[in-house]
Design a protein around this ligand. Structure first.
Ligand code: PMP
Length: 413
């Protein structure tokens, strides 16, 4: 690959050097990794932070009586502070470590939901939600007798905001929506969504799994009540994620899981619970994961999220423009408020055949329902093909991808 990618001072070729896996060959071809919405690759800096933790620090945290335990505790709590700063939280206690977005949403459904949502109450979701932001609410609704309402997705892949307004009423207790759709790439108008939810007294949760590595987020400025995201979609390890909640809300919520760490006092008759955020962190947490996530944030900050986002937007526009030149290629996202994702259909080819053909060329995309079966039903398709990019992808890679798609197209004729 040449250096024409180093546009506008964004030295993508230098950043690529940070990701050892990008040197992998697949079927003898250079790997082109266009599956970033499923999980991003990890820079050497993050990998090193894990090796360093296990080589030099490993110990269990809190109640430390020895040096290593104190060091591990301070790195783990330091990670919490870093994350709080990254999303603009008022205090680190508002950051709860979880396994990922799915666990964060389940936590809110089980605690906030079971305590404050009951019979006759309504929860608003949308047709573009990931299963992780549907199932916990369906389970809650069946436990508590609440009603779920879904905002429709329009044929261009955007949310029907007029319908959202019609669905809101004084029975709405919670709106839980994705910031960016993993299947379509649609960026939802979250400021407007949050303002309208609050105007009827509802709380709002933003599933930010697809947003947190691509759009700068300030929870205070957004005035969002809960925010959920996964480390592995932002260059950090798997098995670590975050639930942000406003302090007053988290404080009123009962614990999620029981066990060590989340208690204040235990007797055989009953127990009292720890302060925030430990109340929600039963058992030994993913200490290395939290430290790896902090390292990923350092990495992002060293480049600048705004710089990464601007480069990604330019690359996505290029990808869209090139894809549209292919005869018979249909896009499921037809508006421009989008991030990272090209959801497409190539003629009558089955998405999984397209995926297999591209894989043979070393190009990794994802095909199928993308954990969004209701959305597939809406578009009357069993699945979609999805290429998802991030800041270490290049125009050269897009060109190779497009010529592979054109080749499939030729073969279909
Ligand atoms: N929501 C969205 C929008 C996602 O893209 C994903 C992951 N594909 C999830 C939730 C679930 O995240 P995790 O599997 O890390 O819990």
């Amino acid at each position: 690959m040449n250096n024409i990618q180093s546009e506008n001072n964004f030295d993508v070729m230098r950043f690529r050097e940070d990701f050892p896996i990008l040197k992998t060959k697949i079927s003898g071809k250079d790997l082109i990794y266009f599956d970033n919405a499923a999980t991003t690759q990890k820079p050497q800096q993050v990998i090193d932070s894990l090796v360093d933790y296990y080589s030099n620090t490993n110990s269990n945290i809190h109640r430390a009586a020895h040096h290593l335990a104190e060091k591990a505790t301070s790195e783990y709590e330091g990670a919490r502070e870093k994350i709080a700063k990254y999303i603009g939280a008022t205090r680190p206690e508002e950051i709860v470590f979880v396994r990922g977005t799915s666990e964060a949403i389940n936590l809110v459904a089980r605690t906030f939901g079971d305590s404050f949502i009951g019979k006759g109450d309504e929860i608003i979701l949308s047709e573009m939600e990931h299963h992780s932001n549907i199932i916990p609410w369906q389970m809650l609704a069946s436990r508590r007798g609440a009603t779920l309402k879904y905002i429709s997705v329009k044929s261009d892949g955007s949310l029907d905001m007029e319908e959202y307004e019609r669905l809101l009423n004084k029975r709405t207790k919670l709106v839980s929506l994705t910031y960016v759709s993993n299947a379509l790439g649609t960026i939802n108008p979250v400021r407007e969504i949050i303002g309208k939810a609050h105007s009827v007294g509802a709380k709002i949760l933003l599933d930010s799994a697809q947003a947190v590595a691509h759009i700068p987020i300030d929870v205070k400025e957004l005035d969002v009540d809960f925010l959920a995201f996964s480390g592995h979609k932002m260059y950090a390890p798997t098995g670590i994620g975050v639930l942000y909640g406003k302090y007053e809300l988290l404080d009123e919520m009962p614990p999620f899981m029981g066990g060590g760490e989340m208690i204040k006092n235990v007797t055989l008759q009953g127990s009292t619970f720890n302060q925030l955020p430990f109340k929600f962190e039963a058992g030994t947490p993913n200490i290395a994961g939290a430290i790896g996530l902090a390292s990923a944030i350092d990495y992002i900050n060293s480049i600048g999220l705004e710089n990464m986002a601007a480069y990604e937007m330019g690359l996505l526009d290029y990808l869209y423009a090139k894809a549209l030149e292919i005869n018979g290629l249909e896009l499921y996202c037809k508006h421009e408020n989008r991030a990272g994702v090209l959801p497409f259909k190539l003629g009558n080819a089955h998405p999984s055949d397209v995926g297999a053909f591209l894989d043979a060329k070393g190009i990794a995309i994802r095909t199928g329902h993308h954990c969004a079966q209701p959305l597939m039903e809406k578009f009357c398709v069993p699945g979609m093909a999805r290429a998802s990019i991030c800041f270490y992808n290049t125009k050269d890679e897009v060109d190779i991808f497009i010529s592979a798609l054109s080749r499939i197209n030729e073969m279909l004729k």
